[in-house]
Design a protein around this ligand. Structure first.
Ligand SMILES: [Cu+2]
Length: 66
């Protein structure tokens, strides 16, 4: 699943987001594209739960369908 995270701008943001994702699913795979402000997550958790975790870490997150 993919999320648009407009405020993710550097490695620190990416690390914070990765940590938030892994709090929900420790075995999730996380790929952050800083240029496109996209976070790709491989997980069996729902997009809603992942978006909520990223928001709790302080970043607006929109699920990108497809
Ligand atoms: Cu940053």
């Amino acid at each position: 699943m993919k999320f648009s995270v407009p405020d993710m701008s550097c490695g620190h943001c990416a690390a914070t987001i990765e940590k938030a994702v892994k709090t929900v699913d420790a075995s999730a795979s996380v790929t952050c594209d800083l240029e496109k402000h996209l976070v790709e997550v491989g997980t069996s958790t729902t997009p809603e739960a992942m978006a909520a975790a990223i928001r709790e870490a302080g970043y607006e997150a929109g699920h990108v369908p497809g």
